[in-house]
Design a binder for this molecule. Structure first.
Ligand SMILES: Nc1nc2c(ncn2[C@@H]2O[C@H](COP(=O)(O)OP(=O)(O)OP(=O)(O)O)[C@@H](O)[C@H]2O)c(=O)[nH]1
Ligand SMILES: [Mg+2]
Length: 384
C-alpha cells in the first residue's frame, strides 16, 4: 500500500490534490487541521492535512498505465531504426533525383550532338549539302582545277547570300576578285639588283628567267648579267649562255658557295643580276639545305619561286610549305598552256598568301609570259 500526506488550505483542496496524484481509487485515511509557518508560534496559518492511501493492485494498475504512457526501450530502438530507414530512403530518393537530373542532362547533350551532326551532314553529305545545292557551279569550279577545300570555302562564304541563278557567276567572280586582289601587283619594278629563281626541277626557271631578262633589256633598257649555280646538268650552263649571248649579257658560273661573292663582284656594274639555280626537289633535305645557305649569302634580294601549273595541288602545297623558311618571296606560275586547271592559280594564292607576279604559257622566249592578271584568271575559271 502506498500512503501519502497532502496539505491544503481546506479539506476539499487537500483531497483534490490526493486524487490528482493517486487517482480516483485513493482511500482517505484521515483528515486533520494543522498550523504551519509563522515565527516563534506567532502568525501561524491554519491548514488541512489529508492522509491518503492506494491499494497494491491499484498501485500496479497505475504503474501499467504510466508504463503505457512512456515508451520502453524496444519501442525507442524501433523508432530510431525507422528514423534511420527513413533517412536512408530520403538519401536514396535525393540521389535518385540527382541521377535523374544527370540522365536528363545527358539526354539533352545527346540531342544537341545529334543536331550538330545533322547540321554537318546537311552541309557536306545530305541532300541540302553545298555540293548538291550548288552542284553545277561546284562541278564547274572543280573542272577548272580548284581544290575541294577552296570551292567549299568559297561556297560556304556565299551560301547565305540570296542570289538567283543567273547572277551567281557574276557574284562568285566579284567574290574571287575581292578575296585575292591583294596578291596582284600593279607593277613589277625589279628594284632589287639580285633576282634569284628557285623551284622544282623542270618547272621552267631558266626559260622564265631568260624571258624576264629579255623584257627588262628590251623594254626597260636595263643592263643585265647572269649568274648560274646550276652545274648539276652539263647542258644547264650552255642553256643560259645561249640566252646571255642573245642579250649580249655577261654570265658567271659559281661552282660552290665560295665562288658567289667573286662572281657578283664581276657583275657589279650591271643594273640587274638574274641568278639561276638548279632544280631542287623540295623533298631532298640536303639540296634544300644548300639552297638555304646560298640564299643566305644575299642580304638584299628578290626571290622568285617558280611553280608549274601542271602540278597537283598537294605537291604545290608541300613545295610552298618547304619554302616557308623564306619570309619574303614572289611567285611565278608557268605552263598554263599545258593545263585546263587554271583554278590552281587561285589555290596557289589561297595557300601561299604571296604575290603572283607573272604567268607563262609557252616555250617561246621572250614572248610567252605576261604579268599576272587576276581578272583574266577569274574569268577563265568561271567560263563554261
Ligand atoms: N609548255 C610550256 N613549256 C615551258 C614553259 N616554260 C618552260 N617550258 C619548258 O619546260 C622545259 C624546262 O624548262 P627549263 O627552263 O629548263 O626548266 P628549269 O626549271 O630551269 O629546269 P631545271 O633547271 O632542270 O630544273 C623546257 O622544255 C621549256 O621549254 C611554259 O610556260 N610552257
Ligand atoms: Mg634550269
Amino acid at each position: 500500500m502506498q500512503i501519502k500526506k497532502f496539505v491544503a488550505d481546506n479539506a476539499q483542496e487537500a483531497i483534490k490534490k490526493a486524487k490528482n496524484e493517486l487517482g480516483d481509487n485513493a482511500v482517505i485515511l484521515h483528515t486533520k487541521k494543522i498550523k504551519t509557518g509563522g515565527i516563534f508560534g506567532f502568525l501561524k496559518k491554519e491548514k488541512v492535512e489529508v492522509l491518503a492511501a492506494l491499494e497494491k493492485q491499484q498501485l500496479e494498475n497505475k504503474m501499467v498505465a504510466l508504463k503505457e504512457k512512456n515508451l520502453d526501450n524496444r519501442d525507442i530502438k524501433e523508432i530510431q531504426f525507422k528514423d534511420q530507414v527513413k533517412k536512408q530512403l530520403d538519401k536514396i530518393k535525393y540521389e535518385n533525383e540527382e541521377v535523374n537530373t544527370l540522365n536528363r542532362e545527358i539526354q539533352e547533350l545527346k540531342q544537341m550532338i545529334k543536331k550538330i551532326n545533322n547540321k554537318v551532314d546537311i552541309k557536306f553529305n545530305d541532300e541540302k549539302s553545298i555540293k548538291v545545292k550548288f552542284k553545277d557551279y561546284y562541278n564547274n569550279l572543280k573542272r577548272k582545277g580548284l581544290s575541294d577545300e577552296l570551292i567549299e570555302n568559297i561556297l560556304c562564304d556565299i551560301e547565305d547570300v540570296d542570289i538567283d541563278d543567273n547572277k551567281f557567276e557574276a557574284y562568285v567572280g566579284k567574290y574571287l576578285l575581292d578575296k585575292f586582289k591583294i596578291y596582284e601587283l600593279n607593277d613589277i619594278d625589279f628594284d632589287k639588283k639580285i633576282n634569284i629563281f628557285v623551284g622544282a626541277t623542270g618547272v621552267g626557271k631558266t626559260t622564265t628567267l631568260a624571258k624576264l631578262a629579255s623584257e627588262v633589256v628590251l623594254q626597260k633598257d636595263k643592263k643585265v648579267g647572269f649568274l648560274t649555280l646550276d652545274t648539276y646538268r652539263i647542258s644547264a650552263v650552255d642553256q643560259l649562255k645561249t640566252y646571255a649571248d642573245i642579250l649580249n649579257a655577261p654570265i658567271e658560273v659559281a661552282y660552290d658557295l665560295n665562288d658567289v661573292s667573286y662572281c657578283i663582284e664581276k657583275l657589279k656594274n650591271r643594273d640587274l643580276i638574274f641568278v639561276d639555280t638548279a632544280g631542287r626537289s623540295h623533298k631532298n633535305k640536303k639540296h634544300m639545305k644548300e639552297l638555304k645557305e646560298f640564299l643566305n649569302c644575299f642580304k638584299e634580294k628578290e626571290v622568285f619561286l617558280v611553280l608549274s601549273a601542271n602540278c597537283n595541288i598537294d605537291d604545290i602545297k608541300s613545295i610552298i610549305n618547304e619554302y616557308s623558311f623564306l619570309n619574303d618571296y614572289k611567285i611565278i606560275v608557268t605552263k598554263l598552256d599545258e593545263t585546263d586547271n587554271i583554278g590552281i592559280v587561285l589555290d596557289i594564292l589561297y595557300n601561299s598568301n604571296k604575290f603572283i607576279t607573272y604567268t607563262t604559257f609557252g616555250q617561246n622566249v621572250p614572248d610567252d609570259i605576261e604579268k599576272f592578271d587576276l581578272k583574266k584568271v577569274v574569268n577563265e575559271v568561271l567560263r563554261r
